[in-house]
Design a binder for this molecule. Structure first.
Ligand code: ADP
Ligand code: MG
Length: 700
């Protein structure tokens, strides 16, 4: 890295201390290098001109050539505005100013050709442009040599203090002059040749001063590739190192318990996806490296049985296992389910939750410590320091998003060597995101549902059709089914939301009266014991309808419930809608999900509803969600670098990401420590990266 690039921005000619301070505080630009790596976020084609009769409502970045024929001042309630008639050979539009009138009147010439640039409004049948950028056509023609003019992100404060787009352009020119305009290469020659990547120097020049659109595209590709490549190199390498460094317990024998279960007690044939995933996990467990694996599988894809088979493997190798769930109800369901599954095996399973009595708890503690308890299922309670294992070898965490990193590390410390960790989640993470966020975790995916499942039928209904929906519910209950009705509960509008919930509950009770119908209600303001009681009644089939807020979102399993009504569905995010829908479709019957909304819907809401009615595929839904919301709102992104990307976009540049990852992988596979001469560039940058997360400080 050239030290010249590390020169403080104060030393750039024409900047000065005041502006340098602003650049530091507003844009995090401290050095020449930071400035070079401050990439435009879009480009305007300054060679494209519109005719007035081609203008569209609300178009931005519009450039028109024409003349001012007349200027007038219009008085209005809140001050004056200046309006100019602007014409070309196809029509007339207006230019409008709300301030700076004196200057404009004195400087603008009538009947002289100007180029105007800005955003177009449409009002009373006339197009107008407020506060256009203006330039006499004669000088414009001289100056515009590049088609693509860069636009840098800016702040109001910067613009007010004179750091405009034009000034930014000047600084860029100056920084190229003062740094000699040639830059050290950061990608090895063979790779550049293979991918036909332009040089670093060419890329930097063309990202700021594109010669033409073709070179701009090449510059963008090269820099995006570089950014993603180094992130992937870092992640993949960390993963490799973790495997080498962290010894785990090898579960190298497949023994009696596993085989007995597999051959004699498996209640169904495993799906191919389940078999594949079990194989992946067994490979991990059999090696001497500690496993750190994320198991993704849509609701109902059968993760529990996979978890259980891993537990049996641990037991066969004389280790204990723990299975942790986020709620008491879920832990209980796991406990019941698993106890039934292993009824014929000679293993001991216990449940530990907050409500387990002290005497029973003491017994569990003892059995854990002397090793007679093979599997502990529970809630957060299992994390307490008092809970000590004789030999914990495997920890499984269900519905991972409810647990934090700190809790995971508590599990790590429950044995001298950290146990193998399997995290199970039903929130599908788009592959793109998983690659960038969880690059240092191994991922297994169950992408197939057990056979014979009927796809849930999803429809969208407006509130005005409620009576028809109620009739449908009545028919389903008549057939012996149960129904969920879910209301949104958002913290910011909690009071109103509770009112909606209670109103909804009352209207349902009115339409489904006792003694014929039993209706339960569950929400977050109830005491846990009352909540559990109502839940339990529904699980046992004693109530027909469960009215609830999203507390039922995670994990509850009631196979007889076949209808999910989601009220104000437009207010839910896609992943939440999908999670909620997953509560039905668990039995043999045809299930239904009805999304209720009012008539007023935003475009995003429409897309969400359309996506839900079109597909049941959690991964497809997650991809749409990522496109709608961007990576910032997706789980897990906060800790990772994906939000700090300077030029690549993990959604739009998915293909470049895959490419970058495959190259990083290939390089590390051949040369894990990057010690080969041919990898000298990567080694050098990798070392620098280790100290800092912001990749671009070092890849210049
Ligand atoms: P999830 O992945 O949502 O945790 P579960 O493990 O609870 O899913 O499984 C959902 C249901 O599917 C359970 O009733 C389970 O017994 C059943 N199941 C799982 N795997 C299979 C399979 N291969 N064939 C048939 N049914 C299965
Ligand atoms: Mg589950």
């Amino acid at each position: 890295m050239s030290s010249l690039l590390q020169t403080p921005i104060d030393y750039l000619k024409g900047v000065g201390t005041n502006r340098a301070d602003l650049l530091r505080t507003e844009l995090d630009i401290h050095t020449f290098q930071d400035l070079l790596n401050f990439f435009p976020f879009r480009y305007i084609d300054k060679t494209k001109y519109y005719k007035i009769n081609e203008l569209q409502r609300n178009s931005a970045d519009v450039q028109v050539i024409g003349k001012i024929t007349h200027i007038k001042t219009v008085e209005q309630k809140r001050g004056k505005r200046l309006v100019a008639d602007f014409i070309d050979d196809t029509g007339k539009m207006e230019l409008v100013w709300f301030r700076g009138h004196k200057w404009i009147k004195e400087n603008l010439k009538l009947n002289t050709a100007y180029v105007i640039y800005g955003k177009v409004n449409h009002y009373n049948g006339t197009f107008s442009m407020p506060h256009p950028e203006m330039e006499p056509y004669a000088t414009h023609k001289e100056e515009v040599k590049i088609a693509m003019q860069p636009v840098y992100s800016s702040t109001e404060k910067l613009t007010n203090k004179g750091i405009t787009q034009r000034f930014m352009g000047k600084m860029m020119q100056q920084v190229f002059i003062q740094t000699g305009a040639t830059y050290e290469e950061t990608l090895a020659a063979p790779l550049r040749e293979e991918l036909k990547l332009i040089s670093k120097t060419q890329a930097l020049r063309n990202i700021h001063f594109p010669k033409n659109s073709e070179l701009l595209a090449k510059a963008q590709f090269r820099l995006k590739f570089e950014e993603l490549f180094y992130i992937q190199l870092q992640m993949l390498s960390k993963n490799l190192q973790r495997k080498q460094r962290l010894k785990g317990f090898p579960f190298d024998q497949v023994g009696e318990v596993f085989n007995d279960f597999y051959e004699n007690h498996l209640p169904f044939e495993l799906t191919n996806a389940q078999k594949r995933v079990i194989k992946e996990i067994r490979n991990d467990l059999g090696s001497s490296a500690q496993m750190n694996r994320l198991l993704q599988g849509d609701v109902g894809s059968g993760k529990t049985i996979v978890a259980l088979m891993c537990v049996l493997l641990a037991i066969d190798n004389n280790f204990q296992a723990v299975l942790m769930a986020p709620t008491e109800i879920l832990a209980q369901q796991h406990y019941q389910g698993i106890k039934d599954l292993v009824a014929h095996l000679d293993i001991k399973v216990n449940l530990l939750t907050g409500s387990v009595k002290k005497s029973a708890r003491t017994l569990i503690h003892e059995a854990l410590e002397d090793g007679t308890l093979n599997l502990l299922i529970g809630t957060h309670a299992v994390l307490e320091d008092k809970v000590q294992f004789k030999n914990l070898g495997l920890a499984i965490i269900d519905e991972q998003h409810r647990f934090g990193v700190a809790q995971r590390s508590k599990l790590w410390r429950k044995n001298t060597i950290p146990p193998h960790i399997l995290v199970m989640t039903a929130t599908p993470i788009p592959r793109t995101l998983a690659m960038s966020v969880y690059g240092d975790l191994d991922i297994s995916v169950i992408d197939e549902l057990p056979p014979g499942r009927k796809a849930i039928k999803t429809v969208h209904r407006f509130d005005s059709h409620r009576l028809r929906v109620f009739r449908f519910i009545r028919d389903e209950i008549e057939k012996g089914r149960q129904v969920y009705v879910v209301y949104p509960l958002i913290q910011e509008s909690e009071v109103l939301d509770y009112k909606d919930l209670m109103d909804g509950y009352e209207s349902i009770v009115r339409d489904f009266p006792l003694p014929e119908y039993q209706v339960s209600i569950v929400h977050g303001q109830m005491k846990p014991a009352d909540k559990d009681y109502e839940m339990q009644r529904f699980v046992e089939g004693k109530t027909h309808i469960m009215v609830a807020t999203t507390v039922i979102e995670v994990g509850v399993n009631v196979p007889n419930a076949s209808v999910m009504i989601i009220e104000s569905a437009e207010r839910f995010g896609l992943s939440q809608l999908h999670q909620l829908r997953g509560r039905v479709g668990r039995g043999a019957e045809q299930s239904f999900c009805i999304l209720m909304t009012g008539h007023k819907l935003s475009d995003d809401s429409k897309t969400r509803l359309e996506t839900m009615t079109r597909t049941n595929d959690g991964f497809e839904i997650a991809e749409v969600d990522l496109k709608l919301r961007g990576p910032g709102d997706m789980m897990g992104t906060q800790q990772s670098g994906v939000l700090n990307l300077k030029i690549a976009d993990i959604v739009k540049d998915n293909n470049i990401l895959k490419l970058a990852r495959s190259y990083a992988y290939a390089i590390l596979k051949e040369d894990p420590s990057l010690s080969d001469d041919s990898n000298a560039i990567y080694r050098k940058i990798y070392k620098l990266l280790g100290k800092d997360k912001t990749i671009w400080k070092y890849i210049s």
